[in-house]
Design a protein around this ligand. Structure first.
Ligand SMILES: Cc1cc2nc3c(=O)[nH]c(=O)nc-3n(C[C@H](O)[C@H](O)[C@H](O)COP(=O)(O)OP(=O)(O)OC[C@H]3O[C@@H](n4cnc5c(N)ncnc54)[C@H](O)[C@@H]3O)c2cc1C
Length: 402
């Protein structure tokens, strides 16, 4: 599967000479703004809060290209290339770190899924291998492996602080002439596409653009509802925490810092080193959340669950979290994102099921090229749903479909 993208993201699409509004300064919106600006478009990025303040600023920062579906794999590989190219710009750094996922003894469903996925990932050209419990223990002795039935490792993976990516790309966009309006909530009008800012009912003039991209994360469906567009997309809440390791033991701490990112499919939680600590999460609530009324604090049950899992998996994990928080992700009926044109001049990019950061550099580029006349990616076409579908929210880090 090919994405039909030029080798270099800096190669402009045929017709970049247009005025574009990007609504949302998360990883996706700031990537699109950056690409559009450097191709020569006249770009205004509207961000209601600060760049990176949405899900991007709350994300765990695990990135990898180990997807079994060929389209997902090429998107993630393009994104990883771009992360690597950008690393070292501003505060943004990508640390190479393998990604390991495993099923425990007795969990036949997930063990089977791992065995089935790995050959498909390899067929997609991904550097992924099956590991036995012994091989896992040999490579990372700090990670308990005696109860592992089967593991897999993706070598091409890394960790980063997602907000620094959004900040670095927004700064590059600005350097290429984009206007970044933070603290500015935008509303959309259609026919012709236009943006209004300021309070509801305020009389700011509608500003017309050749194209508007709505990349407003969990608020995207609400924004589009204004001009009467229904989007098959639901927001849901997920949680993460950080916890110290081996506070009294330098060796234990160093070993933990050298761990891969890992996902325990049986326990349903993930973790990765972050400085002297581990950053971990599960805590998905597969029920819709209201972006205007949700709890950004973590729940006690979540902290207890994850800390219990972690203390059984990595030596020296502290008993209390140093920090914990929640954020909103977005889901679609078929778990593929909604990326492309909704109606003339109005574009959308959302619905990433907890894997939006790792794909943002590619998704932002794809939709930016579409804004300049390039073809879209059919499986991501946002008009494939009529917006009134009822569907079950499936958690983000689930194995099935990855
Ligand atoms: C706890 C947690 C852990 C995660 N871990 C990972 C991970 O390890 N790897 C991964 O790939 N993904 C992860 N994700 C998912 C990832 O965070 C998202 O998929 C991704 O950041 C989405 O980026 P975005 O740009 O689409 O949205 P956002 O980052 O939410 O950006 C949307 C922006 O739009 C702005 N906005 C909203 N309404 C308006 C308006 N009216 N006007 C102007 N601006 C507006 C918001 O303020 C926000 O800044 C995680 C998410 C959470 C919550």
């Amino acid at each position: 599967m090919d994405l039909d993208l030029p080798d270099s993201p800096s190669t402009p699409p045929p017709d970049p000479d247009r005025s574009v509004a990007v609504i949302g300064g998360g990883a996706v919106g700031s990537t699109a703004a950056r690409d559009l600006a450097r191709w020569g478009a006249d770009v205004t990025l509207f961000e209601r809060d600060a760049v990176g303040a949405g899900a991007t600023g709350r994300a765990a920062g695990i990135v990898y290209d180990a997807f079994a579906e060929d389209l997902d794999a090429v998107v993630a590989a393009r994104a990883l290339d771009r992360f690597r190219e950008l690393s070292g710009t501003g505060e943004f750094e990508l640390t190479d770190r393998p990604y390991v996922w495993f099923a425990r003894e007795g969990d036949d469903r997930n063990a089977e899924a791992i065995r089935e996925q790995v050959p498909r990932m390899r067929a997609n050209g991904r550097e992924v291998d099956i590991l036995s419990a012994d091989e896992l223990a040999e490579r990372w002795p700090t990670l308990r492996a005696d109860d592992v039935a089967v593991a897999a490792v993706a070598e091409s993976a890394g960790t980063t602080t997602p907000a620094t990516y959004a900040a670095a790309t927004a700064e590059l966009a600005e350097a290429d002439g984009a206007t970044i309006e933070t603290g500015t909530a935008a509303r959309i009008e259609t026919d012709p596409v236009a943006v209004r800012t300021g309070d509801e009912g305020g009389d700011t003039d509608a500003r017309q653009f050749d194209a508007v991209l709505v990349a407003a994360g969990a608020r995207t469906p609400g924004l589009l509802a204004d001009p009467g567009i229904e989007l098959a997309c639901e927001a849901y809440r997920v949680q993460a925490l950080t916890v110290g390791v081996g506070t009294e033991d330098d060796e234990q701490r160093d070993r933990a810092a050298a761990l891969p990112s890992f996902y325990d499919a049986t326990g349903g939680y993930y973790a990765r080193p972050k400085g002297d600590e581990l950053l971990a999460g599960d805590g998905t609530e597969p029920v819709p959340a209201d972006p205007d009324d949700w709890d950004a604090e973590s729940d006690a049950w979540f902290r207890e669950d994850v800390l219990e899992h972690l203390s059984g998996r990595v030596g020296g994990v502290e008993s209390t979290a140093s920090d914990a928080w929640a954020g909103l992700c977005t889901a679609t009926p078929d778990r593929d994102p909604l990326v492309g044109e909704l109606e003339s001049g109005l574009f959308v990019a959302t619905g990433f099921h907890g894997h939006g950061f790792m794909r943002a550099p590619a998704i932002g580029e794809l939709v930016a090229r579409q804004l300049c006349g390039a073809d879209g990616v059919a499986p991501f076409d946002p008009t494939r749903f009529d917006g009134r579908e009822e569907f079950e929210i499936v958690e983000g880090m689930a194995l099935d479909g990855d």
